[in-house]
Design a protein around this ligand. Sequence first.
Ligand code: NAD
Ligand code: ZN
Length: 347
Amino acid sequence: MAKVRALVLERQHELALRDIELPMDTGPGQVKIRIHTVGVCGSDVHYYAHGKIGPFVVNAPMVLGHEAAGTIVEVGAGVTHLKVGDRVCMEPGIPDPNSKASRLGMYNVDPAVTFWATPPIHGVLTPEVVHPANYTYRLPDNVSFAEGAMVEPFAVGMQAASKAKIVPGDTAVVLGAGPIGTMVAIAALAGGCARAIVADLAQPKLDIATRYQGVIPVNIREQSLSEEVARLTDGWGADIIFECSGAPKAWETIMELPRPGGVIVAVGLPVNPVGFDISSASTKEIRIETVFRYAHQYERSIALLGSGRVDLKPLISETFGFEDSIKAFDRALEGRPSDVKLQIVME
Ligand code: NAD
Ligand code: ZN
């Protein structure tokens, strides 16, 4: 254990930048990473505002942050694929590799998974962190730390695009243009969708999404989404609907959007159970997919960033220094419609 400075959520509504004891020994199979950039995620902000997410309750002080990139400063015994000085990003969830879920390839739904900044596990808004080398991924030289810290939410988009089983030329609808919806749209377009009709109520968010070729914005305050989808698909409907708002209201009319045989991918996580029109889904034989974080998506996400085909930099709205990290969280709490991703730089 070592005393280190960290952004600590003491309890609901109370953040402190203070010293805390954290494990800092680099064991076999582990690496120590000097953290460079950490993204502020909706879940971090939710813990700050509400002190819990579903069954995960902040009962003790917890370091926030799970979207991170940095540089390897120490390599544990037996680690061969990483060396000191490598620029990396990290997968925040560590499963039990021998669990049934892991052996099925679904390590993201391993009940034993531990995940940064999900109580009681500390996050990484602190200068250094020790992590399994197997969940640490090297960044190509042309991918910045800022983009490296975006791999975590982008991997959610990649998981959604993978679960959709996109066929080249598909038309997608994305409900919600927050960071997740926008990254789902980007992943869906990279995965072969010809166009992504992105719907939101906040025009500034739509304006940012529209910077990506293939995105067709629909402001649902001004336009009927189902009419737009019908118009753009000659009345047939869209091949894939990605629900990324988490808004119960989105589910009320979602069945107006898919074509017969289309797919709905539930990415947004409504706080309470929502109703779903099974009869309409059945008569169209709609396929339903769900997404929980990601499995096996980091390497492909980094490959897309390195290829230059995906650029996530336009989604970074503002960067704060570590000493200003409480300001970053208060800004996130404001929920400015023009903010997509806020980041904190440690050094
Ligand atoms: P966000 O709140 O920043 O974005 C949601 C967006 O949806 C906002 O821009 C909002 O204006 C818009 N919106 C609200 N109601 C709408 C409606 N009826 N139709 C269309 N758009 C609407 O959230 P985010 O960080 O982008 O995350 C989105 C959702 O994804 C959340 O529910 C979050 O919990 C969930 N999430 C799921 C996973 C997963 O593994 N499944 C991972 C991360 C986040
Ligand atoms: Zn996140």
